[in-house]
Design a protein around this ligand. Sequence first.
Ligand code: AMP
Length: 304
Amino acid sequence: MTRTLPSRTMDAALTAATDPARLRLAVPNKGRLLEPTVALLRDAGLAFEDGTRSLVARVEGFPLDILSVRTEDIAEFVADGVADLGVTGTNLLAEAQADLPVRLELGYGRCRLEAAVPNDSPARTLADLRGFRLATSHPNSAREGFASRAIPVEIVPISGAVEVAPRLGLADGIVDLVSSGSTLVMNGLRSVGELLSSQAILIGARAPAPATAHIASELVTMLGAVVAGRRVKYLMMNAPRSALADIEDILPGLESPSVIPLAHVDMVAVHAVVGAHEVHGLLGRLRSAGASGILVIPVEQLLP
Ligand code: AMP
């Protein structure tokens, strides 16, 4: 793995710039994971300067320094102890071959590491790729994906334009990260299977530094509350008391809903937390059961 600055210079610069009593969190300084990571930290109530301008940003009122570094270096920084925690992708952790604990799944940056072949290839499944030459810029995770399925393939590491490798005669197929699959289609390629499913993750040290372990736990709780909040909605509605049993049957909430008497005799307000993906299917049914004035409200943070 290559870093932009020689490893020791970078480590020394980062270590000198931070205080050992403060927790160090490494985050991507550019690319797909940058914006959603900054949004997550801000949603957790952390105030800091735009990390793209400086290597280290201090968080106000919380003992945390944010180190903005290259996405592909983050697992290594955490493994080396330069950072206590890091935001990276499941695929990047696998690629770094760093055996580090995942403290939290962050729910964004979702993609899949897939194997794909030209449309006219006879291969239909991963097992059909036995003996194939596959070009990829994710050689370690690709090798691991095939080894764990006992499918022998030849991995051809290349650094860019992986999709054109079969057309150039460099390989019989490719292994690449896919989200919608449109890049594969545009290049006349067809997926034959998924090797790894990835999302942004918060990784930690194998042995957390004692001086900052409690801050790390607090940060994990804070970020976990934001991630959990994003998965749910708060529903509020009014209903005749006689409709309550039907409404309770419809609501899949975390716990039983709150039922609050209203000034009008025989009317109640019903409040419940439901899965964000469930709301769509609930509204019509709640209306039919007698609910009115239904409000769907975002939840900033949730601590179950
Ligand atoms: P970057 O190359 O810096 O934009 O970041 C790439 C990382 O973003 C990958 O290693 C994945 O963890 C994640 N990611 C999410 N969706 C995709 C996608 N469609 N293609 C490539 N990487 C993705």
